[in-house]
Design a protein around this ligand. Sequence first.
Ligand code: DQA
Length: 145
Amino acid sequence: MSKLVYILNGPNLNLLGKRQPEIYGRATLDDVAADCATVAAELGLTCELKQSNWEGQIIDWIHEARERAGGIIINPGAFTHTSVAILDALNAFDGFVLEVHISNVHKRESFRHHSYVSMRADGVMAGFGVQGYALAMRRMGELLK
Ligand code: DQA
């Protein structure tokens, strides 16, 4: 199985570090990419972090991952709670899927309690701040062994 891991991020996560820092913290998506690359290298993996505000772009990247990646770490942002299309795309991906949320979505508004992506995810991290991505990468290292 491919040792490449896609790290996909949905809408508004380009503003990480600036947007609602009391909820999402001050680290940026570039910081997340650097942390994940360090952990991936330690585990003998490579990773590519991508972000889009467009649902279709995320779906295209999941399709691309079918040919290239052994695993996907995904923070779908608000699409988590709405997107059957992202769930369908993930169901067409044969590798491992780990879902990450920076905040503890279960402690927040009830509309954040349901995740379509969790119906496919092999594991879910929520409320570990941006550290959740690196922790998910460690888990991916185990799954891809
Ligand atoms: C989020 C939680 C979602 O409910 C929200 O819409 C986001 C970020 C998180 O990382 O905590 O955009 O996925």
